[in-house]
Design a protein around this ligand. Structure first.
Ligand SMILES: [Zn+2]
Length: 257
């Protein structure tokens, strides 16, 4: 049976294991052992997890995009191969399952239909980059009030997942370089995109039909998620400054950090 070892860095240790333990149990996994140590950025938590293969990638996405997590890495452990023993920490048992995921702090959108986005994440990961049918489905499935923030959250999760999968080993970059070397190559898998100056021009966006509603919040979230752990300084924030749905020839996005 395969086990999953994950290591996260967080700003502080208080409550970290409880909050991440909740995500672990929501994805059908159990904590086998864990170790929490000081790290120069705050606290480093290593967890060995066991659970169904089918929910592994969605669990990784959820942990990697969790607002408490500054850095995330994972590796698979196979039974029979054991590293040095990790001492049990008794003080902070994981929370019981069934507790609703709380979206809070550090810019995590608050009005999103978090549960519905969470349920969709394994499908996004499985079908990536052919994800627009899932996102259009999400737009119809959530309430009108939750639509934009749900797209934003889905974008952040997808961006964080793509970053970890393809870009996590690179050096941290200035915003202009990050746009060129991370955002544009990643977006090219999804849409026709061009970088002009420091603006991203997306042509024929499948989420922004002329006369319809804008789906640009997905791309804002995607840019923020993929750069969350990529910049030398600052918190990435993306905005759509013109949109095809309002009659502009292209959707144009800008990054501030
Ligand atoms: Zn648009």
């Amino acid at each position: 049976m395969a086990e999953l070892e994950v290591r996260v860095i967080s700003e502080r240790r208080e409550g970290l294991l409880i909050e991440l333990g909740r995500v672990v149990s929501e994805h059908g996994h159990v904590l086998v052992r864990q170790r929490l140590l000081p790290d120069e950025r705050g606290a480093g938590l290593t967890m060995v997890l066991r659970g169904p293969e089918a929910s592994r990638s969605s669990l990784e996405v959820a942990l990697g995009a969790h607002p408490r997590v500054l850095h995330f890495e994972s590796s698979r452990e196979t039974a029979g191969r054991h590293g040095p023993p990790v001492p049990q920490e008794a003080a902070e048992p994981p929370a019981p399952s069934g507790t609703p995921f709380r979206a809070h702090s550090l810019g995590m959108p608050s009005g999103a239909d978090v549960a519905r986005v969470e349920r969709m994440l394994p499908s996004l990961a499985k079908d990536y980059p052919r994800i627009f049918p899932w996102l259009i489905n999400l737009e119809y499935a959530v309430t009108a009030e939750a639509r934009e923030e749900s797209l934003h959250l889905a974008g952040r999760r997808a961006g964080a997942w793509v970053f970890r999968r393809e870009f996590a080993l690179g050096a941290r970059l200035a915003p202009a370089d990050a746009l060129k070397r991370i955002v544009v190559p990643a977006l090219r898998d999804l849409v026709t995109v061009e970088l002009r100056g420091e603006q991203l021009h997306v042509r024929g966006c499948p989420l922004c039909q002329s006369g319809g509603l804008s789906g640009g919040r997905f791309f804002c979230g995607f840019i923020e998620g993929i750069l969350a752990d990529a910049l030398v300084a600052g918190e990435p924030c993306a905005n759509e400054i013109s949109c095809h749905c309002h009659g502009a020839p292209e959707c144009v996005f800008e990054l501030t950090a």
